[in-house]
Design a protein around this ligand. Structure first.
Ligand code: GDP
Ligand code: MG
Length: 181
């Protein structure tokens, strides 16, 4: 049987220090290192599933470059991406509040060009820090529901499972969308 090879470009966005790099590295290596620096990097990773080989490319951007305004660099990244992971910290209200306008910018840019719904996952990270929680699970779920996005609450520090669900689920949805075209 032949293996279908596919590409999935994933852009990870969110406020400073919410755990974008921690989640990405957790997915890629299954490990939590603790300190990640602030480099711009595109990682590549292969996922094999159900007769498919998905090459996932993950763009983890430095915090200084994650702004809601439209710079041309930002436009380029949004055009490059097939799917988006928007991360906030459950301990950081401001990081949650910036997500709605981000989703709106992404949808305006991507859905203007096609009828297809752009795959977006909203991720509440740092679930292990429950004593410092300021954003409830319900709020996260409602935001995702109202913006027609998927939603997960995870802890990059505690487990591999959440990161796997987020990245693998998104890669699958990107491929479904591409095959449907
Ligand atoms: P980024 O700026 O969004 O890429 O954030 P980083 O991935 O660099 O993480 C920022 C800080 O939060 C680092 O000190 C991480 O160790 C920490 N961190 C990331 N994810 C978690 C998590 O799930 N739980 C806890 N307790 N700390 C985390
Ligand atoms: Mg980072």
């Amino acid at each position: 049987p032949t293996t279908l090879k596919m590409e999935a470009n994933v852009l990870v966005l969110g406020a400073d220090s919410v755990g974008k790099s921690a989640l990405t590295v957790r997915f890629l290596t299954r490990r939590f290192i603790g300190e990640y620096g602030d480099m711009e990097f595109i990682y590549s990773h292969s996922l094999a599933m159900e007769g498919r080989e998905i090459h996932v490319h993950i763009w983890d951007i430095p915090c200084s470059q994650d702004r809601v305004d439209e710079s041309s660099a930002k436009e380029k990244r949004v055009q490059w991406a097939d799917g988006f992971i928007l991360v906030y910290s459950i301990c950081d209200r401001a990081s949650f509040n910036v997500l709605r306008p981000k989703v709106q910018v992404i949808k305006a840019a991507k859905e203007a060009l096609s009828q297809e719904k752009v795959p977006i996952v909203i991720v509440g990270n740092k679930r292990d820090l429950h004593h410092r929680r300021v954003v409830s699970s319900e709020e996260g779920r409602l935001l995702a529901l109202s913006m027609d996005c998927e939603f997960y609450e995870v802890s990059a520090a505690e487990a591999y499972h959440g990161a796997l669900m987020v990245f693998q689920g998104l890669a699958e949805r990107i491929c479904e969308a591409k095959l449907a075209l």
